[in-house]
Design a protein around this ligand. Structure first.
Ligand SMILES: C[S@@+](CC[C@H](N)C(=O)[O-])C[C@H]1O[C@@H](n2cnc3c(N)ncnc32)[C@H](O)[C@@H]1O
Length: 232
């Protein structure tokens, strides 16, 4: 038995369980990693994709690409464009699978050339309230991402308007329920988590996909309880 194995055997197994500090021993040096929602939040605010601000949690980037490659949607509707990095990421994923377009909606136009000139992205600037649902005519498999203002009122409003578009087997992804965990729930009047709970009480066509939400650990996503799968 080498030294590292002896040391590892002497550490309580519980320290290696999810959510606990994970200790790595390299000779006599002790290093620990601790996933902290606040530092991940700070990082996600600064994240870029191809140089464009793309505000998403890293875990969710991975989950998104799995959903896109499995689902192969014809249309992805993103509510909340910001700088367009998220739309660019989604559009590039669609390019890789060779199918689909992104409709990204905000209340102001974006100025960056890269997303603005992407052939798979169409921009809408009248908010989710002003998006004409006729724009979705002719698309079969539709995925909706609600990543707008995040107040309860905006979230539930957008969910009610856009959920009927989601095709069976596809998703309504409600972003940023992590605001609760970050202590911002009050400023958003309950935010996305409250909107999701209320929506699911009245709509039995959707369920929380626990496999997606808990992929990296219990709700180890910024879209807390936010991967809603349409089942009927
Ligand atoms: C969290 S950011 C979106 C981040 C983006 N999806 C990304 O991946 O980088 C939220 C955006 O929602 C936009 N927003 C606010 N009210 C909105 C509304 N009524 N309709 C659509 N977007 C709205 C804001 O202007 C802001 O750009």
């Amino acid at each position: 038995m080498n030294l590292i194995t002896i040391i590892k055997k002497s550490i309580p197994k519980s320290l290696f369980e999810p959510g606990k500090r994970i200790f790595h021993f390299f000779s006599d040096k002790k290093i620990y990693t601790n996933f902290n929602v606040r530092t991940i939040y700070m990082g996600h605010q600064k994240t870029t994709y191809r140089g464009i601000k793309a505000i998403k949690c890293p875990f969710d980037y991975v989950i998104y690409q799995m959903i896109i490659s499995e689902l192969k949607p014809d249309l992805v509707i993103e509510i909340g464009t910001h700088s367009g990095g998220g739309a660019l990421y989604l559009a590039d994923l669609l390019t890789v699978i060779g199918n689909g377009v992104v409709h990204t909606i905000d209340i102001a136009p974006i100025s960056d050339n890269l997303p603005a000139s992407h052939p798979r992205i169409k921009f809408f600037t009248k908010g989710w309230e002003g998006y004409d649902l006729k724009e979705t005519e002719g698309f079969c498999k539709i995925l909706v991402i609600e990543d707008g203002a995040h107040t309860y009122e905006h979230s539930i409003g957008a969910i009610k308007k856009f959920s009927p578009l989601v095709s069976v087997g596809s998703y309504l992804i409600v972003e940023d329920g992590i605001l609760d965990e970050l202590g911002m729930k009050k400023s958003y009047n309950g935010g996305p988590v409250r909107a999701i709970e209320e929506f699911l009480k009245i709509n039995k066509d959707f369920v929380i996909d626990r496999e997606r939400c808990d992929f990296f650990g219990k709700n180890a996503t910024f879209n807390v309880n936010g991967y809603l799968k349409r089942i009927k």
